[in-house]
Design a protein around this ligand. Structure first.
Ligand code: C5P
Ligand code: MG
Length: 162
């Protein structure tokens, strides 16, 4: 059977928000966030979906398998470590990410002013130009004010092997 040198990966994540916690998205701490993510790790729901998208593109499972949130070892792990590991697994198999698209659903605060900074940070972790990382923001229209939801797709290309 023919095996194409492209794959699409997709990831989805959500975290509950609570006052008095940090909100970190795409490696960027959001200033003046009225509430932050309740999470075992740093709760970076953007980096979590990027990592899941990388893994899913090659059917490698999800980040919960590699970083179980029951393990004390991973308590408070920075999400950039999770992305780095997912990228390593992809590269070991002879694949690289081509571009990434992320959607963040969050009511407050407005994130538009941080779009370039978040794209730059995610791109740097993936060794891509910032222009290859698209970031969209949506509100939940007030339906989920204590919730951040993220989704990401990634295109992977095979650069060697098979
Ligand atoms: O979801 P909605 O259509 O209401 O979003 C309207 C605009 O607000 C979009 O252009 C989006 O980029 C921006 N937005 C934002 N920060 C958020 C949510 C939405 O900048 N947290
Ligand atoms: Mg998460």
């Amino acid at each position: 059977m023919r095996s194409w040198p492209f794959r699409v990966g997709f990831g989805e994540d959500a975290h509950r928000l609570e006052a008095g916690r940090r909100l970190v998205l795409g490696g960027v701490e959001i200033p003046d966030a009225p509430q932050g993510a309740v999470a075992h790790s740093d709760g970076d729901a953007v980096l979590h979906v990027v990592a899941d998208a990388l893994l899913s593109g090659l059917a490698l499972g999800d980040i919960g398998q590699y970083f179980p949130d029951t393990a004390a070892e991973w308590r408070g792990v920075e999400s950039r470590v999770i992305v780095a590991r997912a990228l390593e697994l992809v590269r070991e198999r002879g694949w690289v990410p081509v571009n990434v698209a992320v959607v963040v659903t969050l009511d407050r605060p407005k994130l538009g002013p941080l779009r370039a900074q978040i794209a730059q940070r995610v791109a740097a972790l993936l060794d891509l130009p910032a222009g290859d990382v698209g970031i969209s923001f949506k509100t939940s229209e007030g339906l989920a004010p204590t919730y951040v939801q993220t989704r990401a797709t990634v295109l992977l290309a095979r650069v060697n092997g098979e």
